[in-house]
Design a protein around this ligand. Structure first.
Ligand SMILES: [Zn+2]
Length: 344
């Protein structure tokens, strides 16, 4: 089977810091004269990827041990342009991703203020546009991540940048980063309202690490169109109903959750996914970062099928939900709509 015979797919949840091929990261790092902690390529690849027998203690360790280095390497306009370009082209070649949303935090790529945020964002957009010219079958959009480790004032600056470049391809915002004692979702409510007013899509990492109370707040008060992970909802029947009723799409990342010790076993993953489907919650299948976790949307699907967690038909449903849940305007026709119209 050639890649071209794979059904068109969409991915909504990928972090740039975990998505670039290590070979490209290696070259970008050297071109910029970044002093790497290792001198051997294979040691470097091991540093920024995880094999199937590796596990993080949690999201904090993953951020500290992996993202710190990849974000440093991507911290210049030249680097981010190349990084974004490679991910969008690579997704199409490897998995027939004809729709891709890619997210990153510009403030984690400006070398603590040395680089200009506008140029980082513009370069990312230029990388995306170049990829879309080279691969005209692909529609892509970038999400700007606010971060739990930043203050509301810092996140407000980032949000204003996202709004400024909305017309150029910044399609939404996200809240990412490891849990932080000072972070308050409520303190960010005005920012979410402003993003919505400006027409940006809104997704929030919530319910990944088990904080059900925060997830309840997000569903009931923030009311985003999508939620990153949302696993904790499986423990709350009432909340599941609300998520389904509001039509919130959950962005699931199975391998990432297992590697980051969020889920202790495949059985736990199975229970959660079945609970979501039984309660008519819209879910999508994502990687969180294909290169870091050595996976892809297609591999995630194969894993879910092989473990008997989902049927082929349910996976196709998830693909359609991904096309329907995107923040990218003026979408190409979804597979479902295409089938209805009887066209190819
Ligand atoms: Zn994520």
């Amino acid at each position: 089977m050639t890649q071209r015979t794979i059904t068109p797919r969409a991915e909504l949840h990928t972090h740039l810091g975990a998505a670039v091929d290590p070979v490209i990261m290696w070259t970008i790092a050297h071109r910029q004269g970044i002093r790497l902690p290792v001198k051997d390529y294979w040691a470097f690849e091991d540093m920024i990827t995880m094999s199937s027998n590796e596990k993080n203690k949690g999201v904090y360790e993953m951020d500290r041990d992996y993202y710190h280095l990849t974000e440093l390497i991507q911290s210049s306009p030249e680097a981010i342009e190349e990084a974004v370009h490679s991910v969008i082209g690579g997704g199409y070649r490897k998995c027939n991703l004809v729709l891709q949303e890619l997210r990153f935090s510009p403030m984690k790529r400006n070398r603590t203020g040395e680089r200009d945020l506008d140029f980082i964002i513009l370069a990312a957009l230029w990388g995306m546009r170049r990829a879309m010219v080279e691969y005209p079958q692909v529609t892509a959009g970038l999400l700007i991540c606010l971060d739990r480790t930043f203050t509301p004032a810092q996140n407000a600056i980032t949000l204003e940048k996202a709004i400024r470049y909305h017309a150029d391809g910044i399609v939404g915002i996200d809240v990412a980063g490891p849990d932080h004692h000072a972070f308050s979702m409520a303190a960010h409510a005005p920012l979410f309202a402003r993003a919505r007013e400006a027409g940006l899509g809104l997704t929030v990492h919530a319910g990944e690490t088990g904080n059900l109370e925060e997830l309840q707040y997000v569903v009931r008060t923030v009311r985003p169109q999508r939620i990153g992970h949302g696993l904790a909802a499986a423990r709350d029947k009432k909340l599941l109903k609300e998520i389904a009723k509001q039509g919130i799409t959950l962005e699931l990342c199975p391998t990432s959750n297992l590697r980051n010790n969020i889920l202790k076993s495949v059985d736990e993953l199975r229970t959660i996914i079945r609970t979501f489907l039984d309660n008519s919650v819209r879910i999508t299948i994502n990687t969180d970062g294909p290169e870091m976790y050595r996976t892809s949307v297609v591999k995630e699907e194969e894993f879910l099928l092989a473990e008997g967690i989902m049927t082929r038909q349910e996976i196709e449903q998830c693909t359609n939900w991904a096309f329907e849940g995107t923040f990218i305007p003026r979408l190409p026709v979804t597979p479902r709509a295409r089938a209805k119209r009887g066209s190819r």
